[in-house]
Every structure is written in structure tokens, then in C-alpha cells.
Ligand binder design. Structure first.
Ligand code: C5P
Length: 309
């Protein structure tokens, strides 16, 4: 077999953030089964790393370590592998590219923090650099949208409004840095299952709109206003599937969080707090309650996927 073109880089490492939805408004399913969304994403300082190295042409492999690694598929269904293959098909000359991927996870699997999407976005960026492809940000965003609804946002990061099925992203006018505390659930939730439960609970969902209150809060940079404006239409469905999450949310608010919500399709619960010291205090209190598997602190917004070597 012919060997691949001489590598311009032997190895590329990309860091990619987790994401939460500050607002997630969901409409009734479209004919293609997806739900129309009006959402506001924010990227958090909780990162996975994806490393790409040259492999023989048309050979794609992945290893995974870290948080929840044993739950991540290692076959062609892995979103990072799908991303690398898609990029090679569309932009690589005649099956001449392959990649050996290594994912180090801190973002919980099936946690509602778009960890899989983050890995797909990171693999796109890493392989584009590894193979020295002539692809621009718009090309990558188009491929990202094909891979999944949350993948384009993982490329841009920051704070952004998402529409369509979530894949159509535009940066939002937002001030300030926010302190978050994340409570990881004991068991994951399937995004598709949460959307199905949403359909059962909300058969007459209205066309979604981004709440003006949230956009005003982001423009003000005031965490108290933001805390009061957080909302997630998927939260009742996630609480229906995992009722104990209600106790987690209530406990965080009792300990002084400015706002609390289930992140995306859950089960991670996200708490907005006033300051870094409030984040430390809430982390200690939530950990002591034993209601969740682990507690992490994060600041937001942070930039999207970026090369770190
Ligand atoms: O787009 P992605 O593959 O990340 O979505 C995972 C699942 O979540 C989809 O298969 C679908 O069931 C559900 N989903 C949805 N509407 C959206 C986004 C996701 O129904 N806007």
C-alpha cells in the first residue's frame, strides 16, 4: 500500500470545551424528526483533549481514556472517528488519509454537556491541521453540522445563539465571566429518549424563541439577572426520567446558587453562582450531600476547539 503524503505535523492536539444551554426552547418535531430549537449556548472551562496522529491511508482508529472512557464506543460510530472520516472523504485526495485518534475525557459521557459533539469538533480541527488541508472555518462548520446539532458550537465556543436544530450558530452579545458548578449524575441520559419524553409531555409545543430576558441579562453581565433567566424546555422530561435530579437542583438553590438548571438533555445539573469562592463553597456542600457522582467548577464563556501544541 502506498504510504501517505509526508506529514506536515506528526501529531496535533486539540482542546475542546463542554457546553451548556443557558436557554433551550424546543418546538414540536419537524418532518425529519428533529426538533426546532431556539437556544443560547455557553462554552465551559471543562475540556476534553483529542490528539490526532498520522495513520496508514484509510485507516481510522481511536483510543479513549479519562472520565467515562469505558462508555465511549471505539468503532466507526465514535463521533471523532466519524468526523475524521467525513473530513477525509470530502477534502482528502482519494483515500490517502488516515488518523490515529486519542481522546482524553473530562466531560462526562451522556451527561448533557455535549461531550461527544465536542470530540467530533476537535477531531475535525485536529485532522484538518494534521493533514494540512485547505479548509476554512465555514467548511469545518458545514461538516460539523452534518455530524450533529451541537457540533458547530463546539468549534466556535463563547456564547452563541443556536437555531434550526441547534446547528445554525451566531455569536451572542454577552458581557462578563460566569462561575458555574456542575453536578454529574450517577447514570447518563440518552438525548433521543429525553426528546421522546418531551414529545409525550408537550404535544402542543409552540415554535421556539430565544427569551429576551436572557439576552438582556447577558448584555448586562449581571450573574443575578442571568441566574433568574435560565430555562430549559427539556428539564421536565429529564426530571421525569430521573426524578432525583429535582432534589439536586433544589439543594443547590438552598445552598445559595443564583440559578440552576438541567444541562441540555441532562443529567448534569448546572448551578450559576456569584463568585469563585461561592463556587468552592457550593462544590463542597453538594459533594457532602452525596446526591451526585462528582462535582466540578467551571468558568464561562471560553473559546471553542483550539490547537494546543
Ligand atoms: O444532532 P444529534 O445527533 O446530536 O442529536 C442526537 C439526538 O437528539 C437525535 O437523534 C434526536 O433524537 C435528538 N435531537 C432532536 N432535535 C434536535 C437535536 C437533537 O430531536 N434539535
Amino acid at each position: 500500500m502506498a504510504s501517505a503524503a509526508p506529514p506536515t505535523a506528526a501529531l496535533v492536539r486539540v482542546q475542546v470545551p463542554a457546553q451548556i444551554n443557558l436557554a433551550l426552547k424546543v418546538g414540536a418535531p419537524r418532518p425529519d424528526g428533529y426538533h426546532p430549537l431556539a437556544t443560547v449556548y455557553q462554552a465551559l472551562s471543562l475540556y476534553d483533549q483529542v490528539q490526532a496522529e498520522w495513520a496508514e491511508p484509510d485507516r481510522f482508529e481511536v483510543v479513549v481514556s479519562g472520565e467515562g472512557a469505558d462508555q465511549v464506543p471505539l468503532d466507526d460510530s465514535n463521533l471523532a472517528v466519524r468526523a475524521a472520516r467525513l473530513l477525509a472523504q470530502r477534502h482528502g485526495p482519494h483515500d490517502s488519509h488516515g488518523a490515529s485518534l486519542s481522546i482524553t475525557k473530562s466531560i462526562p459521557v451522556a451527561g448533557g454537556l455535549a461531550g461527544g459533539s465536542a470530540n467530533g469538533a476537535a477531531a475535525l480541527l485536529a485532522c484538518a491541521a494534521l493533514w494540512d488541508l485547505d479548509v476554512g472555518p465555514e467548511d469545518l462548520r458545514g461538516l460539523a453540522a452534518e455530524l450533529g446539532s451541537d457540533v458547530p458550537f463546539a468549534l466556535i465556543g463563547g456564547t452563541a445563539v443556536g437555531s434550526g436544530r441547534g446547528e445554525d450558530v451566531a455569536p451572542a452579545l454577552a458581557r462578563g465571566t460566569y462561575q458555574w458548578v456542575l453536578a454529574f449524575g450517577y447514570h447518563g441520559l440518552s438525548t433521543a429518549a429525553v426528546y421522546r419524553r418531551f414529545d409525550d409531555l408537550s404535544p402542543d409545543a409552540a415554535p421556539p424563541e430565544v427569551p429576551a430576558e436572557l439576552m438582556n441579562a447577558l448584555r448586562s453581565g449581571d450573574p443575578r439577572l442571568l441566574g433568574a433567566a435560565l430555562s430549559n424546555d427539556l428539564q421536565p422530561a429529564a426530571l421525569d426520567l430521573q426524578p432525583r435530579l429535582r432534589t439536586v437542583l433544589e439543594t443547590g438553590l438552598e445552598y445559595g446558587a443564583l440559578g440552576a438548571l438541567v444541562s441540555g438533555s441532562g443529567p448534569t445539573c448546572a448551578f450559576l453562582v456569584e463568585s469563585e469562592s461561592a463556587a468552592v463553597d457550593l462544590s463542597v456542600s453538594l459533594s457532602a450531600e452525596g446526591l451526585c457522582r462528582a462535582v466540578r467548577r467551571a468558568t464561562a464563556p471560553v473559546v471553542g476547539a483550539r490547537i494546543i501544541n
